[in-house]
Design a protein around this ligand. Structure first.
Ligand SMILES: NCCCC=O
Length: 483
């Protein structure tokens, strides 16, 4: 017996709706390769409706005292916690992620991040009011920006949605959020949860809207005259298109565009610990993480020992079905991504060596083996471009200067790590590494209070933290005569 694919719908102005013209796309479970749902392929009418709803809700939401927005966000966090098992099941079906790891590694930080921004709503900072000219008092007002058009990626659909809507709503903005066309399911469920809370509290229906669709839908959102800000997590190409479209009416842009994180391992590092932790940080979520430990640079004197240790951990690392508690990661997100990752391996130059992996696992779904590639040169494609798959490359270096040059010698600049017992060296490296984050003797942890965001082609603007929160505000100078 075949079951009909579930029908996902947009969430606009407090109600679930199909696309105005009825168009849909298929949503595939990447662990099985089968269609299990359809989602609206939204067009201009849907984007217009969502933007109108968000614009109508904005003045009311903006003018609430911050404590009311805090209360709403705290209730949303509680509701997500209460319905965590549903979210985990939906996310795992839509991404193939291991259920156990979604439960332990995604829900708790998501809930914590919403609670952080709930608190931040009441803690906006500004410089001191005062008399900077004789007889005149100046104050700074910090205000929300307006309607925010937000485009989330497919690697962490729920958590990236949180990174977008939580700071925006906390600051008093209203939101139109588009999930990736391959992973809309958990965002639609989030809309039900968030909309439910906002409705119970009597807030305007259009505070939070979800519009499903593809790249064209995203383009319609960014080009739309209503939003004052566009934020996107995605590829460099998508970010450049957003920046270009947004430039036409000078919208504010917030871009998180991926990475190619260097992992610099010095000869005095604890190699066994480094190999263990780097493998987890490189293969977690099938390496589909913009901060993944993807590009190891190891001192030449310990290169071979490190490779041996890493290959051992890699070959013991398991990928498999969402309900298998022993797996570290599930499938690649979609057939195109499997093709992309396979393509990088197929195009490796003759001087490269695949030490382990380098192949698809099984013929159902989009699983790929944990892979280690050595023998590379700095300008090789796999060193320069983001693979977004379970592939760790290893190069060597001779000294600190060469390590820095190779680490910085890519277009991305999001995250990096340095592994050494020498504190002074770690601090020198943290100054010289040209990345938005430098971890020392660890790689990949994130925390709500600290900023996440890059430089160069990794984009600009910060997620998480008070800095991320401020990105969703604007400041106004008010000056009053004392006479
Ligand atoms: N580990 C979370 C990184 C967010 C972007 O991929």
């Amino acid at each position: 017996m075949t079951t009909e694919p579930r029908r996902l719908r947009n969430y606009i102005d407090g109600e679930f709706r199909d696309a105005a013209d009825g168009r849909t796309t298929e949503v595939i479970n990447p662990a099985t390769g089968t269609v299990y749902a359809t989602a609206p392929l939204s067009g201009k009418d849907d984007v217009d409706a969502a933007m109108a709803a968000a614009a109508a809700a904005f003045p009311v939401w903006r003018d609430l005292v911050p404590g009311e927005r805090q209360k709403a966000l705290l209730r949303i966090a509680d509701a997500i916690e209460a319905r965590a098992e549903e979210l985990i099941a939906v996310e795992s079906e839509n991404t193939g992620k291991p259920l156990a790891l979604t439960r332990s590694e995604e829900i708790p930080p998501m809930v914590d991040q919403i609670r952080f921004f709930a608190g931040a709503a009441r803690m906006l900072e500004g410089r001191s009011a005062g008399e900077y000219m004789e007889g005149l008092t100046s104050i700074v007002r910090r205000e929300p920006v307006g309607v925010c058009a937000q485009v989330a990626p497919w690697n962490y659909p729920m958590m990236m949605a949180v990174w977008k809507f939580a700071p925006a709503l906390a600051a008093g903005n209203t939101v139109v959020l588009k999930p990736s066309d391959t992973t809309p399911a958990s965002t639609v469920l989030l809309a039900e949860i968030i909309g439910g809370v906002l409705g119970e509290l009597g807030h305007p229906r259009g505070v939070f809207n979800v519009v499903c669709g593809d790249r064209d839908t995203g383009r319609l959102m960014v080009e739309h005259p209503v939003p004052a800000m566009a934020s996107i997590t995605g590829s460099v190409r998508a970010g450049m298109q957003v920046a270009e479209s947004a430039s036409k009416d000078l919208k504010r842009v917030h871009l998180e565009l991926g990475g190619k994180a260097p992992v610099v391992v010095f000869e005095d590092a604890d190699l066994a610990k480094a190999a263990e932790e780097i493998a987890v940080a490189g293969y977690f979520n099938a390496g589909q993480d913009c901060t993944a430990a993807t590009r190891v640079l190891v001192h030449e004197s310990v290169h071979d020992d490190f490779v041996t240790a890493l290959v051992k951990v890699a070959s013991e690392t398991k990928t498999g079905a969402p309900d298998d508690e022993d797996v570290l990661y599930g499938p690649l997100n979609n057939a195109h991504q499997l093709e992309q990752v396979s393509g990088f391996i197929e195009r490796l130059p003759a001087h490269a060596r695949v030490e382990t992996g380098g192949r698809r696992v099984g013929d159902q779904g989009y699983f790929y083996a944990p892979t280690v590639v050595t023998g590379l040169k700095q300008d090789d494609e796999i060193v320069q471009r983001e693979v977004f798959g379970p592939v760790i490359t290893v190069q060597s270096f001779t000294d600190e200067d060469q390590a820095v040059a190779r680490a910085n010698g890519v277009e991305y600049a999001l995250a990096s790590s340095v592994w050494t017992k020498d504190h002074a060296r770690a601090m020198r490296m943290s100054k010289k590494l040209d990345f938005g984050c430098v971890w020392i003797n660890t790689h990949i942890p994130l925390v709500a209070e600290m900023p996440h965001g890059g430089f160069k082609k990794s984009g600009y603007g910060k997620d998480l933290s008070a800095y991320g929160f401020e990105d969703y505000t604007r400041i106004k100078h008010v000056m009053t005569s004392l006479g």
